[in-house]
Design a protein around this ligand. Structure first.
Ligand SMILES: Cc1ncc(COP(=O)(O)O)c(C=O)c1O
Length: 417
């Protein structure tokens, strides 16, 4: 296979520079900066993103981690509480729970979606569970009907972490609008990005007001702003922190959002092509969307391998060999969060004080079998790859067949590592 050229990411949308320049010259670079007689870039982006999602309220934040913290603080999650999180996700889903002095309770995934298993969530609920955080991982949407039913049955709010799924829909409605709160990351690798950035969305105006204050040092918008003075006033019902998105990031995001639908469409078209090519090969099963997913997004394209078809080696070995053979940057999913090198709950004394049993911070005794298996069996491709021209993937099957025929050398490579 010819060497694949990975399309550049991030890529500035047509209006990014124009928007950025307007903010640079505006005299207001931050939300608390002097009001210029018109809506801030942050407020404009919030309105456009809310509209895109069909969410009544949106509050931008510095990043996806602060979005999660703001969501949990707004829902009054704190000391002694447990928050259910998936075992297969970025470490922020544990670190943000620890940041609000609660205990992350990691649950196993549904092997078909790679998202948290509703059965595992239900089994993890205790009288201390204060929130359920689900992640729409890679190109999947969690079984929202099942998760929301569990939340409702037990009176526990569901937070949808949509950091991988800007624009995905479940039964015709965008993800992020189904749970009590939806959170987003706009970090550099994401489908919608300003380098760093985040947002929370919700339906409840009181919750939105709380989240606004929680990320603005407790401040609210002035009812009648005065030109040249801060639009934020010290009118406070809850103590906050500064997690405000910069005007510069908001200006970039507003432009990137305009480009998102077309980019998502292109990724979906290429993903369908790759699906078709891969499913005709033995030992490869692209991860499928649940039937209720009406609009699928691809943060990472994911395909499960039957290791036997590759001489019994792990996905890690296959991903490296395939990347070398094709130039396509194949990767493997995160290791289970409890053994991720960045999950270090014992490095801060206060983390050990958050729950009744500090050993729970190390993850579930006995591990999470499906989460472990996904790490050994799943290959992923970053969405930038799916922005390639049509036809860029035609020779992928031949490269895979070649590797399968050379299973002996794959085994040798793996045992030498
Ligand atoms: C699923 C998920 N949640 C939360 C985050 C945290 O977002 P950020 O890096 O913007 O803080 C990320 C990562 O980047 C993520 O992948």
């Amino acid at each position: 296979m010819g060497h694949f050229t990975v399309p550049a990411w991030p890529r500035p949308a047509p209006n990014a520079l124009r928007n950025l320049q307007a903010v640079l010259e505006s005299g207001r670079w931050s939300l608390p900066g002097p009001w210029q007689g018109h809506a801030s870039a942050e407020a404009r982006f919030a309105a456009h993103f809310a509209d895109f999602l069909g969410a009544p309220h949106c509050v931008p934040t510095t990043n996806g981690s602060s979005a999660l913290v703001v969501a949990m603080e707004a829902l009054d999650v704190g000391v002694g509480d447990e928050v259910i999180v998936p075992g297969l996700t970025w470490v922020a889903n544990a670190s943000t729970v620890l940041a609000v002095n609660a205990t992350p309770v990691m649950v196993d995934i549904d092997p078909s979606t790679l998202c948290a298993s509703p059965t595992a969530i239900e089994a993890a609920v205790t009288e201390r569970t204060r929130a359920i955080v689900v992640v729409h991982l890679f190109s999947s949407v969690v079984d929202l009907d099942a998760v929301l039913a569990i939340g409702e049955r037990h009176g526990i709010p569901v937070i949808e972490d949509c950091s991988h799924a800007h624009g995905a829909s479940w039964r015709g409605r965008r993800v992020g609008t189904w749970g009590t709160v939806g959170t987003f990351s706009m970090q550099e690798k994401k489908l919608l990005t300003s380098g760093e950035g985040g947002a929370v969305v919700c339906r409840d105006p009181d919750l939105a007001d709380r989240m606004f204050q929680l990320r603005s040092d407790g401040r609210r918008l002035a009812a009648r702003p005065v030109e040249g003075e801060s639009e934020l006033v010290a009118d406070c019902s809850v103590a906050g922190t500064n997690y405000c998105m910069s005007e510069l990031c908001a200006a970039v995001l507003d432009a990137q959002l305009e480009a998102l639908p077309e980019q998502n469409l292109r990724r979906a078209e290429n993903a369908a092509t790759v699906d078709k090519l891969l499913q005709e090969l033995p030992g490869l099963a692209p991860v499928r969307a649940l039937p209720s997913v009406t609009e699928r997004t691809y943060y990472q394209y994911a395909v499960r391998i039957d290791r036997e078809a590759f001489g019994g080696v792990t996905a890690e070995t296959v991903s490296r060999a395939l990347a070398a053979e094709t130039g396509l940057p194949f990767q493997t999913p995160y290791p289970p969060m409890y053994r991720h090198p960045l999950h270090r709950p014992r490095t801060k004394r206060r983390f050990l004080l958050v729950g009744r049993d500090p050993s729970r911070l190390d993850g579930p005794a006995g591990g999470l079998p499906e989460t472990e298996r996904a790490h050994r069996e799943v290959l992923t491709l970053h969405h930038s790859v799916l922005l390639a021209p049509a036809g860029a993937f035609e020779t992928l099957p031949a490269a895979i067949e070649k590797l399968q025929q050379q299973a002996g050398s794959l085994r040798a490579v793996e045992s030498a590592r």
